[in-house]
Design a protein around this ligand. Structure first.
Ligand SMILES: [Zn+2]
Ligand SMILES: [Zn+2]
Length: 109
C-alpha cells in the first residue's frame, strides 16, 4: 500500500497492489491522473536524509533557498546566515548606516 497525492485535487488516497500503476484519480469531480512511479520518487526524495542535508532552508518560512545570504523568493525576507530580516527593516538599517556615514564624512572632511 502506498499513499498517493493527486497533483490536481491535492487529495491523498491509498493505492493498493491490485490498482493500475497509472490511472484516473479516484477523487470525485477530479480530472487528474495519478502516477505511482512519480509518487514513489517523491516519497524517496522526502525521506532521504542526504537530500535534506544539502538543501538550505529559509529560517523564516522553511522553504528552499539558493544560498545563506540571499533574498528569499518565497517570503521576501532577507536571509543572512541563520537570521532573517524583513526587507523594509533591512533597507532602514542600510539608510541609517548611510546617514551615519555621511555625518562621519562631514565632520572629518
Ligand atoms: Zn484528484
Ligand atoms: Zn522564506
Amino acid at each position: 500500500m502506498l499513499q498517493v497525492h493527486c497533483p490536481v485535487c491535492k487529495k491523498s488516497f491509498l493505492w493498493t497492489d491490485d490498482m493500475p500503476v497509472q490511472d484516473k484519480c479516484p477523487g470525485m469531480d477530479c480530472e487528474g491522473n495519478y502516477d505511482i512511479h512519480s509518487a514513489l520518487k517523491q516519497n524517496i526524495d522526502r525521506h532521504s536524509p542526504d537530500v535534506v542535508k544539502n538543501i538550505l532552508l529559509c529560517p523564516s518560512c522553511s522553504e528552499e533557498i539558493s544560498s545563506r545570504f540571499t533574498l528569499c523568493r518565497h517570503c521576501g525576507q532577507v536571509v543572512l546566515g541563520a537570521q532573517f530580516f524583513r526587507k523594509s527593516y533591512f533597507f532602514m538599517a542600510v539608510c541609517i548606516f548611510l546617514i551615519g556615514l555621511s555625518f562621519v564624512f562631514r565632520y572629518l572632511v
